[in-house]
Design a protein around this ligand. Structure first.
Ligand SMILES: Nc1ncnc2c1ncn2[C@@H]1O[C@H](COP(=O)(O)OP(=O)(O)OP(=O)(O)O)[C@@H](O)[C@H]1O
Length: 237
């Protein structure tokens, strides 16, 4: 039994199938990359895993430590140990970054200052969450909230898109800190820029709304060399 299992999952959003009969297993201690071209369903898959509203599971299951979370609301799944850092985090007027981190840390017994220091966001603590932040700042505060949650499985959506080289390094430090408190981490990316700093234990390719193939870390280099289209090898997961 994997730590997190997605079994034969089909998901609809906005009246269309966005994940089509896909399976994925995340084992204990993994840093799994989910790679795939734009619009192939990566974000939809991880949103479905955490129970994000609007992503309706029409078939299949999501299990965490063997517990069937399918049909459970997002709050419950988060309480059981799933956490998601969004690709485009929401902007929250009237909620300071510090207040949000303090609220999470009071539950998980973390230190807002230590987390802020790990993600180099001390200067953002007294600003409204996300308001007027640059792309890199948004990614760093979002990752800080995930780190504060101390999830069993941390799901990170596109940590390396729209950020400069220096920010990617800071984000990589944040992911390393997350690897220290989470049991497994799933990173969704299409550029795989983050792989320069965080080596995956395993890499899965998602194409045409389905996880098509999983392999070792060398798959990242193969994607860079051949592109996604050159790597379709059948339906084995
Ligand atoms: N809530 C929704 N309503 C309607 N369509 C949606 C919804 N969510 C996703 N889709 C569609 O599903 C497809 C897959 O989108 P998704 O964001 O999951 O892809 P992705 O692989 O994460 O892409 P990218 O790498 O560009 O972020 C797209 O065509 C998208 O428009």
């Amino acid at each position: 039994m994997g730590l997190l299992e997605v079994r034969d999952l089909t998901v609809e959003a906005g009246g269309k199938v966005v994940v089509d009969n896909t399976s994925l297993v995340i084992e204990e201690g993994e840093v799994l990359y989910l790679l795939g071209p734009n619009g192939t369903g990566k974000t939809s898959l991880i949103r479905s895993i955490v129970g994000y509203p609007g992503y309706n599971i029409v078939r299949g299951k999501v299990l965490l430590e063997g517990e069937d979370l399918t049909g459970r609301p997002m709050e419950y799944r988060v309480s059981r140990g799933l956490g998601l850092a969004h690709q485009l985090p929401p902007k929250l007027s009237g909620l300071r970054v510090r207040a949000l981190l303090d609220a999470i840390c009071s539950r998980t017994k973390c230190s807002t200052d230590e987390i802020a220091s790990a993600l180099q966001i001390q200067y953002l603590l007294d600003r409204d969450f996300g308001r007027g932040f640059s792309g890199g700042e948004l990614k760093r505060v979002e990752l800080a909230t995930l780190l504060a949650m101390r999830p069993k499985v941390g799901l990170i959506d596109e940590p390396d898109s729209g950020v400069d080289v220096d920010s990617v390094k800071v984000i990589a430090d944040g992911i390393r800190a997350l690897m220290g408190v989470s049991r497994s981490v799933l990173i969704v990316t299409h550029s795989a820029l983050i792989s320069k700093y965080i080596r995956p234990t395993r890499v899965c390719l998602m194409l045409n709304r389905r996880v098509q193939y999983c392999g070792g870390p060398e798959l990242v280099e193969e994607v860079f060399e051949h592109g996604f289209k050159g790597l379709v090898r059948g339906d084995q997961v």
